[in-house]
Design a protein around this ligand. Structure first.
Ligand code: ZN
Ligand code: ZN
Length: 550
């Protein structure tokens, strides 16, 4: 800011900036979401601003991190909002450091202007969960190297909520000296990594949106965690509830007058607001506060409830690791069983399991079983569903396997009705136990099949075929609300990793569990929270033509 003021020959007066923001508002009132270049041209053309003003406004848009940090403290809200409208890489998220929420803006600006300046996520780039996770880990490493490891890290925003795609990937660094920590990070991070730094936040480069890292004191951790986990509507609702009881919920504290009410964990905030803890994955649900108040929130599935993982790949198809590698990873996660399920011959995967090699794989699995007797290894397969709804592996071969997964990787351009007919045929097959990633969607890329899913789930229940919640970042399918419908209809449900690398086995199962939690699913509604005997009984019931009883 000092440089900016020098360049302009004077300090930006608050009143002067407010006048400018009024002029800009007039343009935006007339034509909402006008690009910055046009706003400026219009102001210039109307003689509303001087050359120096126009220079100032351009500088505001392109301000570097020192300027932004200072601006956040000095500028009136209207002027800060200008940064939001500009094309700065962080757009409105820069201002979030001190202004944080629309609610703060609303105190200073009329609502219509807030709507213009803070579009509702639509213009944000959405970051897929898998990518966000990897980039957040990388950002943590870089920041720990630059500024030292904080006392604790938390993933917040969409990452913590297991949103398949989200506009608000962020991290929380808990440290006794947030300002010093941010300053050290800003000073030491390479220029291509640091995008912008605020007084208590830095943003680091990531694709397609930067990751914002907020630094907070340990005393603020509980409120900040709720605040930055969001979503915004939930935080707003809690703020409203807090003020109704005479306290103020801010990012940094729960305040009773000027006094900070001490809170240790997130749950303490909810308790103080006379609510039970609201699971992160449910916070975006409409009516969740009312459900919490009424005591009707479900007890959700936990990672610890998972007994085994029934979908993963090895070097026999497009996986990276051996059978033994996957077994050891599953064992390290404390699983009691797993299934090795490589891709069948007609799959478009980069490598597939040929019919001839199925016997070879069986031999290798038998050898690993002998070496690692404390975990049950099921031999399965992920079979591609053919154009006519048949499978590409003969029944005589499938019969010798412990479990058969069927996948609709290829639509052949069929209509939803035709796809459903193929699913219908394959689910009647007595050797098919699981429909993997039923919608065949890819977050951020493919919306998935628009099927009459109720019919699919009804058929799954009737035939004793499980539908899968697949935690692979490229699938994240079934997600809410489909998974919720499947559970309500009583379809058997599995949560699997569909993992292709042993070191991601746990992460992808976590994603799957997160999706089940978003859907409000309980432990008893998931097949693989049971022992392997229940899985074997499930498979045997269908092979024997008996009805499956949960
Ligand atoms: Zn698949
Ligand atoms: Zn798979």
């Amino acid at each position: 800011m000092a440089g900016l003021c020098r360049a302009l020959g004077r300090a930006p007066e608050a009143a002067h900036l407010a006048q400018l923001s009024t002029a800009i508002r007039r343009v935006l009132d007339h034509q909402p979401r006008t690009p910055w270049s046009l706003v400026r041209r219009s102001l210039d053309g109307q003689g509303l601003i001087s050359v120096r003003d126009s220079e100032l406004l351009d500088r505001l848009r392109r301000a570097d991190h020192d300027e932004i940090a200072l601006m956040q403290r000095r500028l009136p809200a209207g002027a800060r909002a200008l940064i939001r409208h500009g094309q700065h890489p962080l757009r409105h998220r820069v201002a979030d450091e001190d202004m944080l929420l629309d609610a703060d803006l609303e105190r200073h600006l009329p609502l219509d202007l807030v709507d213009v300046l803070v579009p509702d996520g639509a213009e944000d780039a959405l970051v897929p969960l898998g990518r966000a996770w990897m980039q957040a880990k990388q950002a943590r490493r870089e920041l720990a190297n630059a500024a030292g490891a904080p006392d604790a890290w938390h993933m917040v925003g969409g990452l913590r909520r297991t949103d398949p795609v989200s506009p608000d990937v962020a991290l929380l660094a808990v440290t006794g000296d947030p300002v010093g920590w941010s300053r050290r990070a800003a000073d030491a991070l390479p220029r291509d990594v640091l995008i912008v730094a605020g007084a208590r936040a830095v943003a680091v480069a990531a694709d397609p949106e930067p990751i914002v890292v907020h630094a907070v004191r340990p005393e603020s951790a509980a409120t900040s965690l709720v605040w930055y986990t969001g979503p915004r509507a939930h935080v707003r609702a809690l703020r409203t509830r807090a003020s109704a009881t005479g306290v103020e919920f801010t990012r940094d504290a729960l305040l009773e007058g000027a006094r900070e009410i001490p809170l240790v964990e997130e749950v303490d905030l909810y308790t103080r607001l006379d609510l039970p803890f609201i699971p992160v994955e449910l916070r975006g649900r409409a009516g969740v506060l009312e459900a919490a108040q009424a005591g009707t929130l479900p007890t959700l599935l936990e990672m610890e409830d998972i007994r085994g993982d029934l979908h993963m790949h090895t070097v026999y198809s497009d996986g990276r690791d051996s059978v033994a590698g996957m077994v050891h990873a599953a064992r390290a996660l404390g699983y009691r069983y797993l299934a090795i399920t490589d891709h069948s011959p007609t799959s478009k995967a980069s490598r597939v399991l040929t019919i001839e090699r199925i016997a070879e794989q069986a031999g290798e699995i038998a050898a690993v079983r002998a070496l690692v007797p404390d975990i049950t290894i099921l031999h399965g397969i992920e079979c591609d569903i053919q154009e006519d709804g048949s499978l590409d592996v003969p029944d005589a071969v499938l019969e010798r396997l412990d479990i058969v997964l069927a996948s609709m990787h290829e639509s052949y351009g069929h209509s939803p009705t035709r796809i459903l007919q193929r699913y219908d045929r394959v689910m009647r097959h007595p050797l098919v136990n699981v429909i993997t990633h039923p919608a065949n969607r890819s977050p951020g890329r493919q919306p998935g099949y628009a099927l009459a899913f109720e019919r699919l789930f009804e058929q799954a229940r009737a035939t004793g075929t499980a539908v899968e919640i697949d935690g692979a970042p490229g699938h994240l399918d079934l997600d809410w609300p489909l998974a919720e419908i499947a559970a309500k209809m009583g379809a058997p449900i599995l949560v699997d990793s569909d993992c292709h690398m042993s070191d991601r086995l746990g992460r992808q199962m976590r994603f799957g569990v997160g999706l089940a939690r978003r859907a409000g699913i309980r432990k008893d509604q998931i097949l693989n929270t049971h022992e392997v005997s229940a899985i074997r009984a499930f498979v045997a019931a269908k092979r024997d033509g008996r009805a499956w009883q949960p």
